[in-house]
Design a binder for this molecule. Structure first.
Ligand SMILES: [Zn+2]
Ligand SMILES: [Zn+2]
Length: 138
């Protein structure tokens, strides 16, 4: 039983609980999962995750329309956001190695390619993992 603290509303409580349960089923018990009340700063994002540097702490945000998605879409999105922190150490290593070698436009272009590849990999993994996990509210 997880002790849920700092929960501002029923919605944050609900998504924190679902993300926590899902993380546990993904063998990510050592990660702290927090849900922030504010929506993602990028309005096009349905959900986002921010990983605290050097710590096993992630903060998720959900778009105001997230609850309107189908349960399958919600599950997929939560799993997608949970996969991101697993790749975080790798992408940070690549980022810092690249920044040591080159900068400016070349670095921005390279990091853009890395971000796109990370999204594809996260999508692939989330598509494999999500169907085996419970839907929200079940
Ligand atoms: Zn809230
Ligand atoms: Zn993503």
């Amino acid at each position: 039983m997880d002790l849920l603290v700092h929960l501002c509303c029923a919605r944050c409580s609900r998504w924190t609980r679902y993300a926590r349960d899902t993380a546990n089923l993904m063998q990510m018990r050592d990660f702290i999962v927090e849900v922030e009340h504010d929506p993602p700063s990028d309005e096009r994002a349905l959900a986002t995750v921010e990983v605290a540097e050097g710590r096993r702490l992630m903060r998720m945000r959900f778009h105001a329309l997230f609850d309107e998605l189908t349960l399958e879409e919600q599950r997929y999105a939560v799993v997608h956001e949970l996969v991101h922190p697993l790749l975080h150490p790798l992408t940070e290593t690549v980022r810092s190695a690249a920044a040591d070698e080159f900068g400016g436009a070349a670095l921005r272009m390279f990091l853009g390619v890395v971000s796109r590849d990370v999204e594809r990999t996260v999508d692939t993994l989330a598509n494999v993992i999500a169907p085996s996990l419970p839907l929200p509210g079940s």
